[in-house]
Design a protein around this ligand. Structure first.
Ligand code: FES
Length: 591
């Protein structure tokens, strides 16, 4: 890329042609406030006007997030004119904003408050009528509070970019404008995937997960036997909430914190992931042998299951009937674990710490109940766990590393760990399918063909006794390409992994917020950098494990010997498998 000469605050710099003023300024060590801009090529509506600067050649002040640099341009960020204009922009936004910051779950992460501080804006500068506001808290996953919305449009753009579904949009016009699913429906009454990607990019608390922290408090106070499990991707990002560098795995500290929070047992969902692989690999090989629906598609991402039910009911027979790992583990805790420990399952309360908001909805599905008991009683996101730890006065970074509890379901393998990244479920399943088909372990263990953050990956895999074509997709926009092939009867694949969130669970809607403006660096695509670092944290944890194939997990073998019989047995089907709704209404009657 050709370099051009510019000046910022009178100092000369050389920057790449084609950059926006914002990008160029960041590279030169300046931070310009932003709100509607989220990332390179994403969410730039230039609607908030908090990034106004002076630039030679322009008639008035320009929005730095969209205005390109040019040869000889002189940029003034701190001139009185630019500073005043940015402050007024923020004060105008504040004048129509809720100020219940104390009760807001976004407190400490709010980009509007950060920007207000940066520009010296004061609340209450402009008075007058405020827009009418309301709260949608009908879904199990996401709460929308329009009193905190600044109409930046990031959520609208993210929904389209990630999934092509465009569930959120601007409703009405002018002073009455608000953001909502079509017809101001609840998330529950629209074909929203509940994935929380919109929550991840909201700069304020207008979109948040529906907190279930109080349910954990109540269960503990009621004297329940409270068992917690943590999903693989949580350990790759939780440290960010406590100021640790992105990509720092914090498994040991997280377990230590959960012990201190008073949970009766702390387990890794990786046990459930190993169990999923045993069931799913057996199901796949059974379908190949007996002529079942192929390609078989993974079913552990609840956002993806929502998408399939709403938009592709024709492919539901292709979905594996396996429940997701935490649901399987919840079902095992309330059956096998309860029996072994002599505890009445009604006295057990199961909590899942997940990187995902859709898991909150998943646990409430009618199918996720066996003998009148929910597999999982409560789902907390990674962010909620961080809030719980902070509330309890635990000094996270000073904690020692502790081990998961070892009894009954303490063993796990590296195959379970990589479930948290796109391609991980596929790789874990292939490790076991290879052993089942060829009778030996594959060397090397890794199937690097299905790794990487691309939206769609495909590979031909030699399983020893047979070759199969596989594909991996994350983000529903990408999944759609593979699903249309299945619908048209032209899919060349035997097995497909689909994850709802782009990049997989490491980028789930319940993960710590990525705030480019609060953590400036010179990366071209900070979002990509976050995903890559979190993914690497999981692959390195896999490499550190002695056991790296699900079928070698000793306690999984014991579970089959003592309780389930064999994979896909009758008991296994009753506890660990599910079915899907071919008639799910996209727009049910409004409540
Ligand atoms: Fe530039 Fe909003 S107009 S960040």
């Amino acid at each position: 890329m050709a370099l051009i000469n510019i000046k910022i605050e009178g100092k000369p710099y050389q920057v790449e042609q084609g950059l926006t003023i914002l990008e160029a300024a960041r590279k030169c060590g300046y931070e310009i406030p932003t709100l509607c801009n989220f990332n390179k090529d994403e969410c730039s509506l230039a609607s908030c006007r908090v990034c106004l600067v002076e630039a030679t050649g322009a008639r008035g002040l320009v929005a730095a997030c969209v205005y390109p640099v040019s040869e000889g341009m002189e940029i003034k960020i701190s001139s009185p004119k630019a500073t005043k204009a940015r402050r007024i922009s923020v004060e105008l936004i504040l004048s129509n904003h809720s100020f219940h910051c104390q009760q807001c779950d976004k407190n400490g992460h709010c980009e509007l408050l950060h920007v207000a501080q940066m520009v010296g804006a004061r609340e209450g500068k402009f008075f007058g009528e405020k827009s009418q506001t309301f709260v949608d808290d009908l879904s199990s996953s996401i709460v929308r509070d329009t009193s905190k919305c600044i109409l930046c449009g990031r959520c609208v753009k993210r929904c389209v970019e990630a999934h092509g579904t465009g569930i959120l949009g601007f409703e009405k016009r002018g002073f009455k404008t608000f953001v909502a699913p079509a017809g101001n429906r609840s998330f529950n009454e629209s074909p929203c995937l509940l994935c929380g990607q919109c929550v991840n990019v909201c700069p304020t608390g207008a979109l948040m997960e529906k907190s279930e922290i109080s349910k954990v408090d109540e269960a503990m106070q009621a004297g329940k036997f409270v068992v917690v499990q943590t999903a693989p991707a949580v350990r790759a990002a939780l440290g960010e909430e406590f100021g640790l560098p992105v990509g720092t795995p914090v498994t040991g500290k997280m377990v230590a914190a959960l012990h201190r929070l008073g949970f009766d047992r702390v387990y890794d969902t990786n046990f459930g992931a190993d169990l999923t692989i045993m069931e799913e690999a057996t199901e796949l090989l059974g379908r190949i042998k007996n002529g079942g629906a192929l390609p078989m598609i993974t079913s552990c991402s609840p956002g993806w299951v929502n998408y399939a039910e709403y938009f592709y009911p024709e492919v539901l027979d292709n979905l594996s009937s396996c429940k997701s790992p935490h649901q399987m583990q919840g079902a095992i805790i309330k059956s096998y674990f309860a029996k072994e420990k002599g505890i009445d399952p009604k006295d057990i309360f199961t909590v899942s710490i997940m990187p995902c908001t859709a898991k909150k909805h998943e646990k409430d599905r009618a199918e996720m109940e066996v003998n009148g008991l929910r597999d999982v009683d409560c789902v907390l996101t990674t962010r909620e766990l961080a809030r719980l730890i902070k509330r309890s006065g635990i000094n996270f970074t000073k904690l020692p590393d502790e081990e998961y509890d070892q009894d009954i379901m303490g063993d796990y393998t590296g195959a379970g760990v990589i479930f948290g990244v796109t391609g991980g479920v596929m790789e874990a399943a292939l490790r076991t399918a290879y052993k089942v088909l060829s009778g030996k372990e594959r060397e090397p263990i890794e199937f690097t063909e299905v790794r990487g953050l691309e939206g769609i990956k495909e590979a031909e895999i030699d399983l020893g006794a047979a070759k199969i074509k596989v594909a991996v997709a994350s983000g529903m926009k990408n999944a759609k390409v593979l699903l249309d092939q299945i619908k048209a009867g032209t899919s060349p694949y035997t097995f497909i992994e689909i994850m709802c969130c782009p990049g997989g669970c490491i980028n789930g809607g319940g993960q710590p917020f990525v705030k480019p403006m609060l953590m400036p660096n010179e990366d071209d695509d900070i979002y990509e950098t976050y995903r890559a670092k979190r993914a690497q944290a999981l692959y390195s944890e896999d490499e550190r494990q002695v056991l790296r194939q699900s079928h070698n997990n000793p306690q999984i073998k014991e579970l089959y010997e003592k309780f389930l019989g064999e994979p896909n047995s009758h008991v296994a089907h009753e506890l660990l498998h599910t079915h899907y709704n071919k008639n799910r209404e996209r727009y049910p009657e409004k409540k």
